[in-house]
Design a protein around this ligand. Sequence first.
Ligand SMILES: [Zn+2]
Length: 260
Amino acid sequence: MGAGLVLAARPGWARPARIARARLPLIMIDPGHGGHDPGAIAPDGVFEKHITLASGFALRGALLATGRYRVNMTRERDVFVTLEGRVADAVAANADLFIALHCDHLPSPELRGASIFTLSGNASDGLAAKLANDENSADRFAGPGIAGVSPQVAGILASLETRATRVSAATLAQDIRTSFKGVVPLLPDPSRSANFAVLRDPSTPSTLLEMGCLTNPLDERLLTSPKHRALMAARLTSAIDRYFDDFAGSRDASAGGIPG
Ligand SMILES: [Zn+2]
């Protein structure tokens, strides 16, 4: 009976999702690497590609449970997908957000924590530039003749990128940072930028999340824990909720603080 009272107090609560199911925002989750591209490998042999896929499933489950989103994934199995193919999937599906999931590997095993990347022609720091280089080079696994993002295509995409897309991506990155704070360990300076191939779609706000460092034993323990992945998925989901609550539909290009 208590439940009946609650429902009566919120008339129409369930209706929007039923009316506009097809127009729910579409979130494209991109679990990094896969197939013959293992991504980073922890000192004890854990592959990044398995963590990114498991994390992708956790995030998909958390997003679908809200009833607010549709969710696609660029891969649902241990298969190789080119970087260009991942972006093309998001564009073809007209995704509202593109979220790439990765694990970091840093030169010092003491460094740990998640970081959130948005696209920039200028990397925020030397490590960010190196990381983008490593992640972009995933397409070397595609073999000769099946190139990833050609320099021409990359140049066109970069020049087409709209300021509005950039504002939205920066907003989402900030929402994730806020949502993770005190719950998911963060790098000392977790908002980073670099020229990642998978972030170059000009029409889809995109972010690349390094969920933690496989080179750090504490982070590796977290990343291989289903419980921690579920926690991270829940925090990501609340960041995405906040993003759509605050900014979808009112992307004000006059907002400041956009990374160069
Ligand atoms: Zn990666």
